[in-house]
Design a protein around this ligand. Structure first.
Ligand code: CUA
Length: 340
């Protein structure tokens, strides 16, 4: 791709609405037991708050209208013993009803909290999830170290099987939130937090960093893809595969650009000499739906624009720009496209 064309791609991108081909998150569309508990609590709170709101506004209107009329008709009534007792009864009843309502919400909240913590964790999948400015690193644990693999910004999980996340942060505080599956949990530097989820129906669930973590906090997305178990097993086996040198000469030249240039200082491609740990592992980058932490659809034009000038797409990003000769850029894109 020529430099002029890749600049045109950047401009087209900057002027587009960045409408991604992946679904948006929806906290009211639960796909797992924990999101279901949270939606039930939300529904209860919304219903009770609506009733209280309607009653209060209604009572306020009645009070305003009646007081004006009664003050004109019976000016001494407000000071009578009888009226005083009547108001005391009304206020006492209102206080008791309010306290009972709040107590009911406290009990419902505690019950929800216990239900969230009570997810059965037999046969759980363990994923170590690390927050970086501004992307997610996911390492799939295994008792056999040779079976551990790492991916970024898009994680797959098997439907019906619980997942235990160990949450870490590399730089500042981030927060994991996949609204269709669970509530939020912070990722704090120097600490390991645990978060559990289970997806009960297949789908793509968008997650979002929910703690302000700097300039590109809003573009720190994560995709959780819940696959049927057999499909997940295939994905997992594929992720463990390393890559071999491409047979296509252009792509092979691209691998040389990758390994001999700056790419390999920050990115790893398993099975090659590229072993950088600062940026996302790119072993299977071509199989991911998005780029730059759910900022761009994973298309060749977007990838070229990103490699050339990442700061134009995500100002503040740690990835530097790459002013490559057009032939090298073309070869690099051909190589990255082989990393399925
Ligand atoms: Cu990471 Cu906000």
């Amino acid at each position: 791709m020529s430099r002029a064309r890749s600049i045109a791609a950047v401009v087209a991108l900057a002027s587009s609405s960045r409408a991604l081909a992946v679904p948006l998150q929806d906290a009211l569309d639960p796909a797992g037991p924990q999101a279901q508990h949270l939606v039930a609590l939300w529904d209860l709170m919304l219903a009770m708050s609506t009733v209280v709101f309607v009653l209060l506004v209604g009572a306020a209107w009645i009070a305003v209208l009646r007081r004006t009329r009664r003050e004109i008709e019976t000016p001494d009534l407000a000071h009578s013993e009888q009226e005083h007792r009547r108001l005391t009864r009304i206020v006492s009843a209102a206080v008791i009803v309010s306290a009972l309502g709040l107590a009911a919400l406290v009990i419902a909240t505690i019950a929800t909290d216990r239900a969230l913590a009570g997810l059965p964790l037999q046969d759980a999948l363990h994923i170590e999830l690390t927050g970086h400015q501004w992307w997610w690193e996911a390492s799939y644990d295994n008792a056999d170290p040779s079976k551990v693999f790492t991916t970024a910004n898009e994680i797959h999980i098997p439907v019906g099987r619980p997942v235990i996340f160990s949450l870490k942060a590399d730089d500042v505080i981030h927060s994991l939130w996949v609204p269709n599956l669970h509530g939020k949990k912070d990722l704090i530097p120097g600490r390991v937090a645990t978060h559990t989820i289970r997806a009960d129906r297949p789908g793509i669930y968008r997650g979002q960093c929910a703690e302000f973590c700097g300039y590109q906090h809003a573009w720190m997305g994560l995709l959780v893809v819940a696959d049927p178990p057999d499909q997940y097993a295939k994905w997992e086996a594929h992720q463990r595969e390393t890559v071999s040198t491409p047979s296509d000469p252009t792509a092979a030249a691209g691998q040389h650009v990758f390994e001999s240039g700056t790419c390999a200082m920050c990115h790893a491609v398993q099975g090659t000499t590229a072993n950088g740990r600062h940026g996302p592992d790119l072993t299977h980058v071509a199989s991911r739906m998005t780029l730059a932490a759910v900022t761009l659809d994973n298309t060749p034009a977007n990838l070229a624009a990103w490699i050339e000038d990442p700061a134009r797409i995500k100002p503040g990003t740690n990835m530097p720009g790459n002013n490559l000769p057009p032939a090298d850029m073309g070869a690099l894109l051909a190589y990255l496209a082989t990393l399925k």
